[in-house]
Design a protein around this ligand. Structure first.
Ligand code: GLN
Ligand code: ZN
Length: 774
């Protein structure tokens, strides 16, 4: 029995890589420093895995920005527009690489970055490979070889990790018509062979191919591509030891396919998909080793050794110990680095901390599981097993986790808790009577610029150099200025600006029971950007009102309608580490009830328009289509629970960004928000095509300008987009708003853009008036 790891976090325990890269991009440090920091992180990671006792340690899991982009560079899949960057004198390979990741505005060049998208259902974003017809590939970068050699010099023979050829192609996008990217395999495979030959000559024994697409729905052609690829690789390298890694879902209907591929080790994710185990064991060829991904690579809870050991024992009995490996479920880049960096008990209490395990601890868990399953007698190991039992038992029965009244409330829920009192048609009339809004009503998505000044107040308040009343006063002034200004430019529905919030999930997590935080629990989100997700450890409830004070204050400043602003249950769930001792749907329902309480309190305080943001609802979709329905059912229900406690004449809004709705439009309609504002401007309202076929029943505000760019849109551009929207959405259902919140923008551009937007709405009203009067 051996242990392996699939990949280790590469940002560094103190985010060293983030810091040095950002300094380099800002021109504050040299490339040499970036390379040194990278080298140190790699060495530390290898050493730490070796010392922990991992048998098969990965290399090429390190990356300066993104591992998919590393592969594009490795294969020379460099879009033409970057070729000028190579020509510029003095540019190193790393500059080309960063240009592809981030765009390039230097030396008289202005080149846009490559597109970025989510890595399966994680919060990691990768750079999407661009493919062209007849694309050729060639070995371009030596990173994978250099890293192998670097580790070898330290006395560690690593297992280089490559995204498998099929998954690499499927991760990309065709950038012109007339071909399918999977057809590029024949051009790509020779480069893989080239790389493997070089690595072999340096002494490589094991290689890992990540093929996460084996856990996804595959076409027949794609299945065939897997067969051909691995047959050919095996033909070229009869004795190479190959690990084939799958993760994030079960192999499902690809089980027979995966088992038939001529590899030495098949890795499966038993945390996400424990149910796949028996079927795979039944189909595994006689000599193939099964790597059990049994330590959760995507969440932060300590492993339950008794449970894991039972599974390992069962597999050992069926396959024999020499055909069993132990591993984390997936690469550990989705885990924070090291729990030992959490030293402040005011942030993370000792009781909760002992329930957790970050990447470094997970590595030890893998090794310990192997030792425990091989030899139960070692005193030290037995002691650790006993300790693990105690901790897991303590967590299970902790008073911190269980809140009987929350559990009872979930049980007591009935049909009417997720239904508004009347239908949308009735509500719309009652709301109109009360709110008296014009056609093409204007509003914004909630946040106004979080300037450096606003952020510095929060930092000072945290440090203690501002008292709470001083801090509140500053925020009040900022809010009041924003309200006045919105009145001046004649927006119809105002917002308070969210100046008091650090982050749309953290702000709520900090006020809800059942949540805790870390100081250093950073996880890479994209490039140098990291997030520090809250941890949901127990039953969720809302001890007291969270936003009422600020919303009521803002409403008191104006006779116009002030929109209350909340983050929805699915988004809070999706952007947190979630407890693993009950289904996600149940945790989501608890959050929904807490948000519902807030919605009701806002209503009582006189806030009659309330927005519940759900930008993450689409990204929560399961990887396999067959599982979508169940997810959408509980996710939509959770939103409805949060929204349904109010009177008919209270107007509920929701907002979503980066969403392609086409395939889930009926679920979106089912949320039954009175108004939905969505991102559409970047696609020139293309997203609205779906509304032509599907008669969306409620009101919609398709974003009329892109807030991700500092560019100020012209009135005509916005009326143009609105007219496009008019073609598929009746005037009576149309709202006018930007794409998303404005917190990342400056005041100057925000003001100019919104003035244009209001005048675009007025122009629209006039055209309708004239049309009516003729
Ligand atoms: N209300 C939030 C804001 O305006 C919404 C953010 C989001 O959509 N991600 O910032
Ligand atoms: Zn948004």
């Amino acid at each position: 029995m051996l242990t392996q790891n699939l990949g280790y976090p590469r940002i560094g325990g103190q985010r060293e890589l983030k810091k040095v890269c950002e300094n380099y991009w800002a021109g504050k440090t040299g490339l040499q420093n970036v390379l040194t920091v990278g080298k140190n992180i790699r060495q530390e990671n290898w050493q730490l895995q070796k010392e922990a006792g991992i048998d098969i340690i990965p290399s090429n899991d390190f990356s300066y920005y993104d591992h998919v982009l590393d592969h594009s560079l490795l294969f020379g899949a460099i879009p033409k527009r970057y070729h000028d960057v190579i020509q510029k004198k003095g540019n190193a390979e790393t500059d080309l690489y960063f240009a592809m990741a981030r765009g390039y505005q230097k030396d008289g060049l202005d080149i846009v970055a490559m597109e970025m998208t989510k890595w399966f259902d994680t919060n990691y974003h990768y750079i999407v490979p661009e493919f062209y017809k007849d694309q050729q590939f060639k070995l371009f970068s030596t990173k994978i070889i250099d890293e192998f050699y670097e580790a070898k010099q330290l006395g560690i023979i690593t297992k280089p990790v490559l995204i498998g050829p099929v998954s690499y192609l499927l991760l990309g996008k065709e950038k012109e018509a007339g071909f399918q990217r999977i057809d590029l395999l024949k051009n790509l495979l020779p480069v893989y062979i080239d790389i493997l030959n070089k690595l072999k000559s340096f002494g490589m024994e094991w290689v890992q191919f990540d093929e996460p697409f084996l856990s996804m729905d595959l076409s027949e052609k794609e299945q065939q591509a897997f067969i051909n690829t691995y047959k050919q690789l095996r033909k070229e390298f009869p004795f190479l030891k190959i690990v084939l890694a799958t993760y994030f879902e079960s192999l499902g209907d690809n089980t027979a396919l995966a088992a038939s591929l001529p590899v030495n080790v098949l890795h499966i994710d038993l945390v996400r998909a424990p149910q796949q185990l028996n079927e795979i064991i039944g189909q595994l060829p006689e000599k193939t080793i099964l790597s059990l991904g049994i330590v959760d690579g995507r969440n932060i809870w300590k492993n339950n050794f008794d449970q894991s050991l039972a599974v390992i024992q069962q597999v050992k009995e069926k396959l024999g110990p020499e055909r069993v490996w132990i591993a984390p479920s997936c690469s550990l880049i989705h885990s924070p680095c090291d729990l030992n960096n959490e030293k402040n008990e005011k942030v993370l209490t000792a009781e909760i901390k002992q329930w957790l395990s970050f990447a470094k601890q997970k590595i030890s868990e893998v090794v310990l599981l192997k030792n425990l399953s091989e030899d139960n007698s070692g005193i030290g190991n037995q002691h650790k097993l006993a300790e693990n039992r105690l901790i897991n038992e303590a967590r299970r029965s902790s008073a911190l986790i269980h809140n009987p009244s929350v559990k009872q409330r979930v049980i007591n829920m009935t049909e009417k808790d997720h239904k508004r009192i009347s239908s949308f048609q009735t509500r719309k009339q009652l709301q109109q009577q009360l709110l008296n809004l014009p056609l093409f009503a204007t509003t914004t998505i909630g946040s106004f610029p979080q300037t450096a000044e606003v952020r510095s107040w929060r930092a000072q308040f945290k440090k203690g150099s501002l008292t709470i009343s001083e801090y509140n006063q500053l925020i009040e002034e900022e809010t009041s200025k924003a309200v006045k200004w919105q009145e001046e430019i004649e927006l119809d529905v105002l917002v308070h600006g969210e100046f008091e919030r650090n982050d749309m999930v953290e702000y709520f997590g900090e006020q809800l029971a059942g949540f805790t935080f870390t100081q250093n629990g950073w996880v890479q989100s994209y490039g140098s950007r990291c997030v520090k997700p809250p941890i949901i450890y127990g039953d969720v409830s809302r001890p007291e009102a969270m936003t009422v004070k600020w919303s009521a204050y803002a409403q008191s400043l104006t006779s116009k309608w002030m929109k209350g602003m909340l983050t929805g249950p699915v988004t809070i769930l999706q952007w947190s580490f979630v407890r693993n001792d009950q289904p996600r749907s149940e945790t989501c329902t608890q959050i929904a009830l807490a948000i519902r309480d807030e919605v009701c309190d806002l209503e009582v305080a006189g806030i009659k328009i309330i927005q519940i943001d759900e930008p993450a609802i689409r990204e929560g979709l399961p990887l396999r289509k067959k599982d979508w329905e169940i997810y959408l059912e509980w996710a939509v229900k959770a939103f409805r629970i949060s929204a349904s406690g109010v009177q008919d004449n209270t107007q509920i809004h929701t907002h979503m960004c980066y969403s392609e709705f086409n395939d889930i439009i009926s679920a979106i309609a089912n949320m039954d928000a009175d108004v939905i504002t969505i991102e559409t401007s970047r696609s020139q309202m293309e997203l609205l095509d779906v509304f032509a076929d599907f008669k969306y029943p409620n009101d919609i505000g398709p974003g009329v300008y892109d807030i991700h760019s500092p560019r100020i849109p012209k009135r005509e551009e916005m009326t143009h987009l609105l007219k496009k929207a008019q073609a598929v959405i009746p005037d009576s259902q149309l709202w006018v708003n930007p794409d998303c919140g404005l917190k990342t923008r400056g005041w100057d551009e925000t003001k100019k853009a919104l003035i244009e937007m209001v005048s675009a709405a007025k122009e629209m009203r006039e055209t309708v008036q004239t049309a009516l009067s003729v």
